[in-house]
Design a protein around this ligand. Structure first.
Ligand code: C2O
Ligand code: CU
Length: 492
């Protein structure tokens, strides 16, 4: 009978473990606060560098739960939007007024490892870092957040994050909605949970494998926001800035039944070749997409995240990695709208990825909190790549849950998904990709020309709890002919 008792207890535990009821705020969000638009960071040109100043500091923010202890850049929650142009030399002075080490990682930026903001270059409390590089990548919606050793998750959860937008001069895309805060809206989506004292919960449920899954959404730091719009097309720069939760975004109107279709125009690292019509788009933590939404006069459009199979199968829910349903943001259309120019049919040159001539093929298995059975070690270099080359990387999760692959300082294209061509919305430049359980992604990684034998870049799971728990590796990008030297030196 003892065996039966043990089995019964195990079965009970298994049910408890998987049986978190699905959450839904659909139809229950008041949309009674105005959406905040993070201010554009002011800049001055000093010695040929467009120069920005960021100060990371703690503070108290009122989300409607009394004062919540938070942190932000140049404010108490989130940070300003940095907007720069391709070709510009930029300089960001980052002052750390937190009580612990921090960094600023430019997620999606192609830049030298020394200014990537990884854990090897901490900015000590009270100090200022000076980060300079030349913007050399196409127009894109990027973001920035801290990445210090062991504290990425808690610093991001406190509120340290912001948008980093790159523009370019491609005349083909001059007609895209681009008036910041008017027809071009940053939409930073984060889940949080407030405790009885109005503070952010930081300890996850026993049943959560991906950190705190909040029951409340913040959009640009506002709960239940609405925004008035007055153009016939509105561009939403969607950023999943959550620590681990995925979303599947769609739109519905109060004027008609069914989904409002939209056009996906960009992925993490830049514009697609052409707009792609969709009614839903899934974004894992760290991923971005710009979508353009058609708006009708006088309507209310709700941006929503809908779990594809809400609660039908508890195990499926678990494999989805914390997918729940949320009302996110309400767009309130003016009674008369200014007509927007039609979307350009061609957005960028995006030749099909060509894997011929790839310098290496490597495979990365995400399991538990390891990548290829290894846990993060700041003193170990996991691989050395040569600047300016391309490699084929196969990434997959063999764990009973999704993980999220993110690569620092470089960009990649998806060659295939379990042997099939990628869906159109994954066909552009990427730096972050969701890895559903068991699905193999072959990526064509393009290493930039930035070589440095001393400072590694990171690749890791972008579920921030997993990153903190060691699901991360390091790589060097070195000049041609230097790979053996760099590898030996870093392994002793
Ligand atoms: Cu957005 Cu290494 O992370
Ligand atoms: Cu993970």
């Amino acid at each position: 009978w003892k065996i039966w008792l043990v089995l019964a207890l195990l079965a009970g535990a298994a049910v408890w473990y998987t049986d978190r009821p699905p959450l839904s705020t659909v139809g229950r969000v008041a949309f009674d606060r105005k959406l905040a638009i993070p201010p554009l960071a002011p800049s001055t040109v000093v010695d040929g560098f467009r120069t920005f100043d960021l100060t990371a500091a703690g503070g108290v923010t009122d989300f409607g739960h009394g004062g919540t202890r938070t942190a932000g850049y140049n404010g108490t929650y989130l940070g300003p939007t940095l907007r720069v142009k391709r070709g510009e030399r930029i300089r960001v002075r980052v002052r750390n007024d937190l009580e612990q080490d921090s960094t600023v990682h430019w997620h999606g930026a192609i830049l030298p490892a020394a200014v990537d903001g990884g854990p090897h270059r901490p900015i000590r409390a009270g100090r200022t870092a000076d980060m300079r590089w030349t913007v050399d990548q196409p127009a894109a919606t990027l973001w920035y957040h801290p990445h210090p050793d062991g504290h990425t998750e808690d610093q991001v959860m406190r509120g340290l994050a912001g948008m980093f937008l790159i523009d370019d001069d491609d005349p083909r895309t001059a007609g895209l909605p681009h008036e910041y805060g008017v027809d071009d809206l940053p939409v930073i989506v984060q889940d949080r949970e407030f405790d009885r004292r109005g503070q952010f919960r930081t300890r996850p449920d026993f049943s959560s494998d991906i950190g705190v899954l909040g029951d409340t959404l913040l959009v640009n730091g506002v709960i239940g926001p609405y925004r008035e719009v007055r153009t016939s097309l509105v561009r939403l720069r969607l950023l999943n800035g959550s620590a681990g939760r995925p979303y599947e975004f769609g739109l519905v109107s109060d004027h008609e039944a069914g989904d409002r279709g939209f056009q996906v125009i960009s992925t993490d690292g830049g514009l697609l070749a052409a707009p792609v019509a969709r009614t839903r788009i899934r974004l894992a933590a760290g991923e971005r997409a710009d979508i353009v939404v058609p708006v009708r006069p006088g309507e209310r459009l709700t941006l929503r995240s809908l779990a594809p199979s809400p609660g039908e199968n508890l195990l499926v829910r678990r494999f989805e990695g914390g997918m729940d349903s949320f009302d996110v943001l309400e767009l309130r259309a003016a009674a008369t709208l200014t007509p927007s120019p039609p979307l350009p049919p061609v957005l960028s040159d995006l030749p099909p990825p060509d894997p011929t001539g790839a310098a290496h093929e490597r495979s990365f298995e995400f399991y538990q909190r390891t990548i290829n059975d290894k846990s993060m070690d700041m003193h170990r270099t996991d691989l050395v790549a040569v600047a300016g080359t391309r490699e084929i990387w196969t990434v997959h999760s063999t764990h009973l849950m999704p993980h999220i692959f993110h690569l620092h300082g470089q960009r990649f294209r998806v060659l295939d998904v379990d042997g099939d061509p990628p869906p159109a919305e994954l066909a552009g430049w990427k730096d972050t990709i969701n890895l559903p359980m068991g699905v193999r992604f072959r990526l064509l990684v393009e290493f930039s020309g930035n070589a440095d034998e001393n400072t590694p870049y990171m690749y890791h799971c972008h579920v921030l709890r997993h990153e903190v728990e060691g699901m991360m590796g390091q790589f060097l990008v070195v000049a041609p002919g230097r790979e053996k030297y760099a590898a030996i030196r870093h392994h002793q």
